[in-house]
Design a protein around this ligand. Structure first.
Ligand SMILES: *Cc1c(COP(=O)(O)O)cnc(C)c1O
Length: 427
């Protein structure tokens, strides 16, 4: 089978046999994408969770322009540059006290890989035999071999299973079942002192289906880790930058992770960049005249100056009140608009954390490969809305500049599409 458009491009997470055609996007502004044929599309998922203040934000564009004139790229081992130092300082300022060092990389997956390596290195260099990782069921941490190992096992990674390392998974803290999760975490930590780290997406498990749990559980999990000296890795790749209603999800639980991973919106969605931040004691465990304790990790474009300049401009925006005001406005608008959908018969499990809203469509066939996801996606696209359901879960995760009018349009289309589809499915 060939692609109808004769392109050689192999797209991510795309079954080309089912989706042979691709909309070509020519430009973007705010919440809008414009196709080369002039169709306007509302980007209701922030282009896969990366866009925060809107597409092509003028301040970020300017920062990129200015930097392009000065310095394109430079080796980051043994060298540094002003945009990286400025980004690191702003990150240390904005995050909770206790995240003192910043390690740069270029994607969420690599930020998590780095976090896992930091955790293992921390114990190894002290001569302590701790090398197990505990994870939460339904987690997603990326698509590299290491991050797939700590993520949910399933259809996504079945062919690669022989390469994945083994971890201990504890149940997701579903509402009124939270104690089961806490007990499982505690008993695994107590059982054997071989646990190096616990890795978790705070408050919202994104790719796992926008599953949400309370700050209280997040806090309890951190306290258990402290009790057993297990390193706590917060994967805030999706949840940071206002998504959950606060700049970082962890602050709602009043906890400071030992290691934290940030990417996606770190440049406002402008350029790829990621960081792994950590406590001083983790840096110190690698600090030694002994070269074998060096942190052996790098990617060619570590701390690319243009990406860092944009990140620094973005972080400057987060130091001003307007950015969080926009988050609050987005969250309250989401709450208002979802209330209408929640009354539809075929909609269940309506949930919201900050600016993220999700709902499940009642269908016999559930899960990521659920047929309904594909049908919904195409119908939304036809109506000029970019929404990409996770199986039978529809979620809205907008940039923080969506107008009330556009929110109404998005939710009108969701409501119409759901009633159309469920009518034809069940009649
Ligand atoms: C997207 C995501 C990742 C992976 O980030 P990439 O930049 O796609 O590699 C890791 N963790 C979480 C929680 C994510 O949502």
């Amino acid at each position: 089978m060939t692609q109808s458009n004769q392109s050689s491009v192999w797209h991510p997470f795309t079954q080309h046999a089912i989706f042979p055609d691709f909309l070509e996007i020519d430009r973007a502004e705010g919440v809008y994408l414009y196709t080369s044929e002039g169709q306007r599309i509302i980007d209701a998922i922030s282009s896969w969770w990366v866009i925060t203040h809107g597409h092509c934000h003028p301040r970020l564009q300017q920062a990129a322009r200015d930097q392009i004139e000065r310095l394109d790229q430079v080796i980051f081992a043994g060298y540094t540059h002003e945009p990286a130092e400025r980004t690191a300082n702003a990150l240390v300022d904005l995050t909770a006290d206790g995240l003192d060092y910043v390690f740069f990389s270029d994607s969420g997956s690599t930020a998590v890989e780095v976090g896992l390596k930091m955790a293992l290195g921390y114990w190894h260099h002290q001569g302590i035999a701790r090398d197990r990782v505990i994870v939460l069921e339904h987690s997603y941490h990326g698509d590299t071999i290491g991050t797939m190992s700590v993520g949910e096992r399933g259809v996504f990674n079945k062919p690669y299973n022989p390469l994945l390392f083994s971890v201990d998974a504890i149940p997701f803290p579903a509402e009124s079942n939270e104690q089961v999760t806490l007990d499982a975490l505690e008993s695994r930590c107590r059982e054997k002192a071989d646990v190096a780290a616990f890795i978790v997406e705070p408050l919202v498990l994104g790719a796992g289906g926008m599953l949400m749990y309370s700050p209280k559980v997040l806090r309890e999990m951190k306290l258990i880790c402290e009790r057993y000296e297990v390193l706590f890795i917060a994967d805030e790749v999706m949840t940071a930058w206002g998504r959950t209603g606060t700049l970082f999800a962890c602050s709602q639980a009043d906890i400071v992770p030992d290691i934290a991973c940030y990417s996606k919106g770190i440049t406002g969605g402008f350029l790829p960049l990621a960081v792994t931040m950590c406590a001083t004691r983790i840096f110190d465990a690698h600090y030694s005249p002994d070269r074998s304790k060096t942190f052996f990790h790098s990617s060619s474009y570590t701390a690319n100056p243009i990406a860092c300049a944009v990140a620094a401009a973005n972080l400057e925006m987060w130091q001003e009140d307007a950015a969080l005001d926009a988050v609050r406005k987005t969250a309250s608008m989401q709450g208002e608009k979802i209330a209408r959908i929640a009354t539809l018969d075929s909609v269940t499990n309506v949930r919201q954390t900050g600016t993220i809203v999700a709902m499940d469509i009642q269908v016999p066939d559930r899960g990521y490969l659920s047929e309904i996801g594909t049908q919904l996606y195409l119908k939304f696209q036809k109506s000029g809305i970019l929404l990409r359901p996770l199986g039978n879960t529809i979620y809205v995760l907008p940039p923080y500049c969506m107008s009330e009018e556009d929110f109404d349009r998005v939710y009108d289309v969701i409501a119409e599409t759901i009633s159309d589809l469920t009518r034809t499915q069940f009649s």
